[in-house]
Design a protein around this ligand. Structure first.
Ligand code: NAP
Length: 175
């Protein structure tokens, strides 16, 4: 029985993440999906709440052939104890999968095995690019799983992101 751990901010959850999870699932029995920066929302970089991201992910992974546990994880000030923080919130896991150099380093400093994950068509699937398409009122829906599109529309996510950006621009102009 091997349980893996995969963390991301998922702002939003897109087909790149979905394909990575599908691929790494082949070598795992169960997967813990950590929703990183769970305390962040309503900003240009992090428009969606942890609960909204939970819905986006949980609906999308239903079609995958693996048992998943989705855990929101707030950021903390001290990197040195972040892995312990993650472990205190998640079901026990045997291996972490990440492409983030800081995350890899923090796990390497512990006795938990960490592996680099696959990268799936990075030029197409990037959270930053998808958020920019939303802001520019261009098509983004084909880049995320259908259940995620639905979850974003349910909370008026695109309108919120544009309002956040307008508000940032307004505050920037006043300073
Ligand atoms: P992230 O900030 O979500 O992503 C960093 C970059 O890596 C993004 O451009 C992301 O793309 C990209 N990426 C994600 N998965 C990828 C993949 N499979 N292949 C290629 N690129 C990929 O960071 P993360 O590593 O995904 O998530 C780490 C989470 O842990 C963050 O929420 C971070 O704040 C948290 N953390 C917290 C602490 C602390 O609190 N002290 C310490 C370490 C980490 P997309 O935008 O397309 O996803």
């Amino acid at each position: 029985m091997t349980r893996g751990f995969y963390v991301g901010r998922f702002q939003p959850y897109h087909k790149g993440h979905h394909n990575v999870i599908d691929e790494i699932s082949d070598s795992l029995n169960e997967l813990v999906i950590g929703i990183g920066s769970a305390d962040k929302s309503h900003t240009r970089r992090n428009p969606f709440t942890a609960g909204e991201r939970y819905v986006m992910i949980s609906r999308a992974v239903e079609e995958l052939d693996i048992t998943t546990h989705i855990v929101p994880i707030e950021d903390i000030d001290r990197n040195a104890i972040w892995v312990s923080h993650v472990q205190s919130l998640c079901p026990p896991f045997d291996i972490a999968i990440s492409n983030n150099p800081l995350v890899i380093q923090l796990f390497q400093d512990t006795d938990i095995e960490v592996r680099e994950g696959p990268i799936f068509d990075r030029s197409r699937y990037q959270g930053t690019r998808i958020r920019e398409l939303m802001i520019q009122q261009e098509k983004w829906e084909h880049l995320v799983p259908d259940p995620t599109v639905e979850a974003i529309h349910e909370v008026g996510g695109v309108t919120r992101l544009r309002q956040v950006v307008e508000s940032d621009d307004f505050n920037g102009q006043r300073e």
